[in-house]
Design a protein around this ligand. Structure first.
Ligand code: BT5
Length: 325
């Protein structure tokens, strides 16, 4: 814990004023050093009142995803052992892949207020403006076979849906394989990148984007029909930090459950959030083929099972689903 984190912890847990002298004694640093750390915290957006000759009082943490705030009260075992927070990056997935290549711990979280080249699947763009979203990537070393990768989208989907429901009460649905949906609009998405050999996934980076406090006018025109945010759907502002902590907590729970009990219970949970099964759909699969049929099930490896018009069942491991009404 660095001095600034320690100062925030002391001020936060003390209801009366805390003098510079007390802080300097407690932390074993000079009063000038205390003052400099308080100034740094204010620059980060912390509201700390100072009454001359009496001391400091904690007023409010900033509405920013900074590491020490994310960690505050976080109840996770594997996820977020390390948190690296940025104001701006190209893509958190790119940073996380680089860190994984350098041996970062499993559960390392990279998060940014803004992405300049946020990515969706297949080279698509992900709109990630500053201050309103959760744009994050988590490093895993799951020991999967590449064929089991599809399960990870569903594990994360269930965890994110559960976290959003716990925090906002919104009815969240999951569209196979990677969409987080509220009222038929996309409020979030998942992007899995990995490095693998023929028979083993060496490292997996799970990129998660959630539109939290964007208003309708914040979205570019081409997304306004299909995208939404939790704020729009809930009609009130959402506490981003608290939601982010809950997302990390639920991912920790579901990932460890998956490691212990396998995919079966998670598949059941995914089905309870499902927006896909039972619908007549069109799936564009990588390579360009388009398949039409009824989405009938999620297979035990996370694949989507489609009944084609000729009655044959076909399994799809990845693709873009759209509904045919
Ligand atoms: C996804 O791709 O849904 C994956 C999104 C993952 C984003 C996270 S943010 C942190 C991490 N770092 C990254 O660089 N990426 C991950 P896909 O299913 O391909 O959907 C992409 C499509 O969604 C785009 O082509 C747009 O039509 C639409 N879209 C783009 N930005 C959006 C947004 N903010 N909200 C809703 N829809 C969006």
């Amino acid at each position: 814990m660095d001095f600034e984190e320690k100062i925030v912890n002391i001020l936060r847990t003390t209801t009366s004023l805390v003098s510079g002298e007390d802080l300097s004694r407690e932390l074993n640093i000079s009063r000038v050093a205390v003052w400099k750390h308080i100034e740094n915290l204010r620059r980060l957006g912390y509201r700390i009142d100072a009454t001359s000759h009496k001391g400091y009082r904690f007023i409010q943490a900033p509405d920013k995803l900074i590491a020490m705030e994310i960690k505050h009260g976080l109840k996770t075992r594997v996820i977020a052992r390390d948190i690296i927070a940025y104001d701006e990056v190209s893509s958190t997935n790119d940073i996380a892949l680089d860190l994984a290549g350098k041996g970062a711990k499993e559960g390392t979280v990279v998060v940014a207020e803004r992405q300049t080249s946020g990515r969706g699947r297949l080279g698509r763009n992900w709109f990630s403006p500053a201050g309103y979203g959760i744009w994050t990537s988590i490093i895993f070393y799951p020991g999967f076979k590449p064929g089991e990768l599809c399960q990870m989208n569903l594990i994360l989907g269930v965890a994110i849906a559960q976290a959003i429901r716990n925090e906002t009460g919104l009815k969240v649905e999951l569209k196979w394989p990677n969409d987080i949906i509220v009222s038929r609009k996309k409020v979030g998405g998942i992007l899995i990148d990995m490095t693998a050999t023929m028979d083993k996934v060496k490292c997996l980076v799970a990129g998660i984007g959630i539109n939290v406090n964007l208003s309708k006018k914040d979205f570019p025109l081409h997304l306004r029909e299909t995208a939404s945010s939790l704020n729009i759907e809930k009609e009130s502002e959402i506490d981003r930090l608290s939601l982010f902590r809950e997302v990390l907590h639920q991912i920790d729970i579901y990932y460890l459950r998956f490691k212990k009990d396998g995919f079966v219970p998670i598949r059941e949970k995914w089905l309870s959030y499902n927006e896909t099964i039972g619908q007549y759909i069109k799936v564009k699969v990588p390579g360009g083929e388009t398949i039409y049929g009824h989405a009938t099930d999620i297979d035990i490896d996370g694949a989507l099972v489609i009944r084609l018009e000729n009655g044959i069942l076909k399994k799809v491991m990845s693709g873009d689903v759209s509904f045919i009404l």
